[in-house]
Design a protein around this ligand. Structure first.
Ligand code: AKB
Length: 316
């Protein structure tokens, strides 16, 4: 099967690990990494890399044609906290990049798209516990509005033009390889670095802020599995709810203390508290489990062990 993949946003938190995972499946030269800036060494040194601005339709089209790309994973986006500071920039980036790849598919230049949505599509009026797939969606953040609008356009391009676009609503993602940037859930990565480095962490969310989260290996498997699923099994063409674990800063602190007993957390909530308070605490992902067999693997304590094992050498 002729498959050639372009990852846009390969320098980011998800893009870095997704590139390496896909290169492991399809071969290094079948997976073209791209970003507006250079990526991690393992990405740069293991296969093709292109500097690419996701806002530039012609530049994306040139890469698609010259490498005979079939599938695009569009991972470039401005996340929730940064988007509140730069609303128009976030809207332009998040929407233009999506239209660029949707239109390439509409014109028959690529076959399949993965585009990430987020739990940010939900808002303060959404049921907070076990948030259903189909429910009230009144996002109150710039990022959430862009993701919800993006979902509507994905479904529209699928129904109207037959574009094979697939999407999931990522919860907060935790990884040790690349730092996240500009998200509200980023504390759950930063806390491990600070626990190892200073044995202390000042959290920008309060102790009771429970949010849906997931370890990166689960998120990467979900991403690749929805792209591998038979077309008829991907019944939802806006974005699937996806869940693994839910925890608050107190829960993650207790988990870290099992390895670093002297670790201490204190709280100084900032503007990100309001964003977090508008999001669900847990997600019902039963439809993703039924339609294309989604299953998560990593729980909170397992995640803590993996994070600490992999980061401790950086702070020894
Ligand atoms: C963010 O915090 O903005 C992201 C997200 C939940 O989509 N991690």
């Amino acid at each position: 099967m002729k498959k050639r993949i372009l990852i846009i946003g390969a320098s980011g938190q998800i893009g870095t690990e997704l590139t390496m995972y896909l290169r492991g499946i399809y071969g290094n030269h079948k997976v073209i990494a791209s970003d507006i800036r250079e990526a991690a060494d393992e990405v740069m040194n293991s296969g093709p890399f292109e500097i690419l601005d996701t806002m530039d339709y012609d530049a994306i089209q040139n890469v698609v044609i010259s490498y005979e790309i079939t599938d695009v994973y569009l991972m470039a986006a401005m996340l929730s906290a940064t988007a509140e500071k730069f609303p128009m920039k976030a809207w332009n980036l998040n929407m233009t990049s999506l239209f660029n790849v949707l239109n390439l598919a509409k014109e028959g230049k690529i076959e399949k798209i993965f585009w990430p949505s987020s739990i940010a599509v939900f808002g303060p009026t959404t049921p907070k516990e076990s948030t259903p797939q189909h429910t009230i969606m009144e996002p109150s953040t710039v990022y959430g509005i862009s993701k919800q609008t993006g979902e509507r356009w994905c479904e529209y391009y699928n129904k109207r033009y037959g574009v094979d676009v697939r999407s999931i609503r990522y919860p907060g993602l935790i990884s040790y390889k690349t730092l996240p940037g500009g998200g509200t859930t980023d504390y759950a990565v930063d806390i491990y670095h600070k626990a190892l480095k200073h044995k202390k962490y000042i959290c920008f969310l309060n102790s009771e802020t429970t949010l849906p989260m997931m370890f990166m290996s689960d998120a990467i498997r979900a991403t690749v599995n929805i792209m591998l699923a038979a077309t008829e099994d991907v019944k939802i063409r806006n974005a699937y709810n996806l869940a693994a674990i839910s925890f608050n800063p107190e829960d993650i602190t207790a988990s870290i203390k099992k390895h670093i007993p002297e670790f201490e957390i204190s709280y100084e909530p900032d503007f990100r508290q309001e964003i977090a308070d508008s999001w669900p605490q847990s997600i019902d992902d039963g439809i993703a489990r039924k339609d294309w067999g989604w299953e998560h693997e990593i729980n909170l304590d397992q995640m803590t062990e993996i994070m600490i094992d992999n980061l401790k050498k950086d702070y020894a």
